[in-house]
Design a binder for this molecule. Sequence first.
Ligand SMILES: NC(=O)c1ccc[n+]([C@@H]2O[C@H](COP(=O)([O-])OP(=O)(O)OC[C@H]3O[C@@H](n4cnc5c(N)ncnc54)[C@H](OP(=O)(O)O)[C@@H]3O)[C@@H](O)[C@H]2O)c1
Length: 242
Amino acid sequence: MPKSALIVGASGDIGRTIATEMAANGWSLYLHYHQNQMRVTTLLKQLMRAYPQQDFFELQADLTQAGAVETLTAQLFQVDAVIYAAGATTYGLLPEISASALDHLWQVHVKAPILLMQQLQPKLAQSRLGRVVLIGSIYGGRGSALEVPYSTVKGAQSAFVNAYAQEVASLGITINVVAPGAVDTKMNDQFTPEERAAVAAEIPAGAFATPTQIAYWVLSLMAPAADYMTGQTLYVNGGWLK
Ligand SMILES: NC(=O)c1ccc[n+]([C@@H]2O[C@H](COP(=O)([O-])OP(=O)(O)OC[C@H]3O[C@@H](n4cnc5c(N)ncnc54)[C@H](OP(=O)(O)O)[C@@H]3O)[C@@H](O)[C@H]2O)c1
């Protein structure tokens, strides 16, 4: 039977690329979206055509809402891996950020993945090769002005993984953060071409990452032979900042 993964944020650019590559590696997938159902439905149809022996399902949830994680997990059967690629940022100086924006960042980046792990730990343990990857950020390691709350919750993802990895290693579950630098996705759409070029000029590798360059490391952590790598934050940043 193919192994099954939940991809939270499969409608996002990084999540969708990870989904495509995992399907090509034989995984059945639960594809989660929040608002962009069309993107996941299109992906689902492509994957069903390309890999008819595997199963693909779509699931909707706003992970800032109370009870959303429980509703999501109630729809899952076998789960051998969880990829958490949902998220968004809020720009501004700290005094300008509202309390509700802080709640939103905390809920999407920290509370929801922790609740997911509470719910899915038994299924991941049953797999004996349970794999969890959170898409964090370089800003969780070194921080960024104008994105202080986002940097804080990204750092919290790494802190969560450090601690939780120790509780579940004996169950055969690994949990890691893959922390990109700047990636060419719709999350960065609000920047002008000049602003993007200025950031790219600071990156030693000379460019934003592609989602494929991030997905590569997520896929590497899925391998059975990666079972001794846990509790880590892997910075995939072209040499930028950290
Ligand atoms: N792009 C970068 O430069 C970069 C760098 C470092 C880290 N990251 C991190 O990588 C992850 C993926 O980002 P991306 O670049 O792929 O961004 P993206 O294309 O904007 O995707 C964001 C994803 O998060 C989902 N999402 C947003 N709010 C949600 C909510 N309230 N409930 C549930 N899902 C929600 C979106 O769902 P819908 O689209 O369906 O609404 C979408 O699937 C994020 O955690 C981000 O912080 C990105």
